[in-house]
Design a binder for this molecule. Structure first.
Ligand code: CA
Length: 227
C-alpha cells in the first residue's frame, strides 16, 4: 500500500481526505503543522504529499521549497484561492499539481492516482526502482540508501530487486527462486535465507531502526513499506 502524507490544519478536511484515501487502499498519515513536515519526511518518506498552503508555523510554499532541496517526492498543493494557482505556478515551487478548495474528495483521489502513475512511469523509464530511501539502478547495478552506496553481491542485488519491484507483496522462497532464475541466479532454495540475512545486515548498517525486509513465518519474505 502506498503511503500518502496529508499536511492540513483543518481537521475536517484532513479527516475527509484520510477516509477517502484509506478507502482507495492508501496508507495515510496526517500532520497539522508546517514545521513538522521536513523531519517527518526525512524519517518516513511517503509516496506522495498533499500539502495545504495556509498552515501554522511554516506555510506550504516554504515547506515545498525545503522538501525539494532533498526529495523528489510527488507533491500536490491545496489552495483556498483559484487566483493563487497562477502565482504559485510562477514561483516554480516544484509541486506536481495544484488543487483548489473546495474540492471533491473524488477529484483529489483521481489527481493522486494520476500523479503517482506519472512518477512510477518516470522511474521505470530511467531504469531505477525507488522505494523510500532505497534506490536501485538496473543498468549500473548500484544501490543507494539515503545517498549511501550499498555494496551487494550479485545474488543479494537480485533478491533486493525482486522485493523492491513489489513492495508489501509476500514471496514464498519458491517464488523468489523462480524470479531470481530469470536474473541468472543459480543457487538453491535453501541458500535464499542466507542471502536475505546478509542483505538485511547490510541495510541495517544504513537504516538501523528499520525493518525493511520482513519474515513471514511459514511463507517467506516481503519488503515492508513504509518501514
Ligand atoms: Ca489550512
Amino acid at each position: 500500500m502506498k503511503h500518502i502524507l496529508i499536511v492540513e490544519d483543518e481537521i475536517k478536511i484532513a479527516n475527509l481526505l484520510r477516509d477517502y484515501l484509506t478507502d482507495s487502499n492508501y496508507t495515510v498519515s496526517c500532520i497539522e503543522r508546517g514545521d513538522k513536515v521536513i523531519p517527518y519526511v526525512k524519517q518516513t518518506p511517503p509516496a506522495l504529499i498533499l500539502l495545504d498552503i495556509m498552515l501554522p508555523e511554516m506555510d506550504g510554499m516554504a515547506v515545498c521549497q525545503e522538501l525539494r532541496k532533498f526529495s523528489k517526492v510527488p507533491i500536490i498543493m491545496l489552495t483556498a484561492k483559484v487566483e493563487e494557482i497562477d502565482r504559485l505556478l510562477g514561483l516554480e515551487l516544484g509541486a506536481d499539481d495544484y488543487i483548489c478548495k473546495p474540492f471533491s474528495p473524488r477529484e483529489v483521489i483521481a489527481r493522486v492516482k494520476a500523479v503517482l502513475r506519472r512518477t512510477v512511469s518516470e522511474a521505470v523509464e530511467d531504469n531505477k526502482l525507488v522505494v523510500g530511501e532505497i534506490e536501485l539502478d538496473k543498468n549500473t547495478y548500484q544501490v543507494n540508501i539515503a545517498g549511501q552506496i550499498l555494496k551487494l553481491t550479485p545474488s543479494e542485488f537480485t533478491f533486493l530487486r525482486i522485493l523492491l519491484q513489489s513492495p508489501n507483496k509476500v514471496f514464498s522462497r519458491q517464488q523468489l527462486l523462480e524470479q531470481a532464475r530469470d536474473y541468472n541466479f543459480d543457487g538453491y532454495e535453501r541458500t535464499i535465507d542466507s542471502h536475505i540475512k546478509n542483505l538485511r545486515k547490510k541495510i541495517m548498517v544504513i537504516l538501523p531502526d528499520k525493518e525493511v525486509i520482513s519474515t513471514i513465518y511459514g511463507v517467506g519474505y516481503k519488503l515492508k513499506y513504509p518501514w
